[in-house]
Design a protein around this ligand. Structure first.
Ligand SMILES: [Fe+2]
Ligand SMILES: [Fe+2]
Length: 319
């Protein structure tokens, strides 16, 4: 259940914004993330404006999270900013990917031309994201999509890049679709979310088989749903991803954060190690910082993973 929020005053908003933007120049990244989640939970256009100011930052990890949050807020006032981020070819592909995915989450048909345009982007994760986001907007606006939305489908509150597959299917059939690279990614994603919603060990093993794919985007989404599920069963697969320095940054980043949310004793030394490793990519080190903060939160019994705002348990899932 969502927590009811008091309206946030302009003064509080300004405080959150200055934490998010690190105006004092001494704010840790994980505090900035918590301020971001509080702003996201405010769910108004002032928060959209505050979050949008963060795209001048140097941290790709922070910026991709800004884009994710703007998508989850589902406010059309964020569209111009997200389009600018997608168009900026000097921007980190992980951030551009998340901007495209956010356009899909907001699901306004006016985003379709720009998403079509970037389905030929040189970066594979960006063009694949655009392809999926386009398919999602088409689906949402179809009669099937409208009927689908009328029912409750999932205990997860996130707006996903694709809906779970429609029919109740066996894990084996879903696994086959998940791994069938001849299918459009949107259909494979639907199998990902169906398996997530099933959530049994067999379903999780099927998802983990997806880590053998050649698409970084696809693999990062599997790590993301493992973060949502927070199931001990996925720890060995996630640790293999985090420790594999041949794996793409965006996949390792998502594995680190999933491990932070699962928060068992055995993941802690690995998160600490990769937070400090000088040879680790910045995104991986920073993800481990956020993961360590999530780990502490999960173990602390605090009710909210945010900075003064409310967030229901289980929705910590960062992008
Ligand atoms: Fe992502
Ligand atoms: Fe992410």
């Amino acid at each position: 259940m969502a927590v009811e929020h008091e309206p946030v005053s302009d003064a509080e908003l300004e405080k959150l914004e200055s934490v998010l933007l690190n105006k004092a120049d001494n704010v840790s990244l994980h505090r900035r993330f918590r301020a971001l989640f509080t702003l996201r939970n405010m769910d108004d256009d002032r928060a959209v404006q505050a979050i949008s100011k963060g795209f001048k930052d140097e941290s790709a990890l922070l910026k991709h999270e800004l884009a994710y949050c703007l998508g989850q807020m589902k406010r059309t006032s964020a569209l111009p900013m997200l389009e600018d981020v997608l168009r900026d070819d000097r921007e980190d592909p992980m951030v551009r990917h998340e901007a495209a995915e956010a356009l899909g989450a907001i699901s306004d048909p006016s985003s379709m031309p720009i998403l079509s345009q970037y389905t030929t982007d040189p970066n594979r994760a960006v063009r694949e994201t655009c392809e999926i986001a386009l398919a999602k907007i088409e689906f949402d606006n179809s009669s099937e999509g409208k009927a689908f939305r009328a029912q409750e489908h999932s205990e997860f509150t996130s707006i996903d890049p694709a809906p779970p597959s429609e029919q109740r299917e066996e894990v084996a059939a879903l696994r086959a679709r998940l791994l069938d690279t001849s299918l459009p990614l949107f259909r494979r994603y639907r199998a990902v979310f169906a398996l997530r919603d099933i959530g049994t060990p067999a379903a999780l093993d099927a998802l983990a088989d997806g880590f053998g794919d050649s698409s970084d985007l696809f693999k990062h989404e599997i790590a993301f749903v493992f973060g949502q599920l927070s199931d001990l069963h996925t720890v060995p697969a996630l640790l293999r991803v985090l420790q594999n320095d041949g794996e793409a940054d965006m996949v390792r980043h998502e594995a680190a954060e999933a491990l932070g949310g699962i928060a068992t004793d055995d993941v802690l030394p690995h998160l600490r190690e990769w937070n400090k490793r000088p040879d680790a990519p910045r995104v991986v080190r920073e993800s481990c910082e956020i993961a360590l903060d999530m780990w502490e939160y999960e173990r602390s019994g605090q009710l909210e993973y945010a900075d003064g705002g409310g967030m229901e348990k289980g929705s910590v899932a960062v992008a």
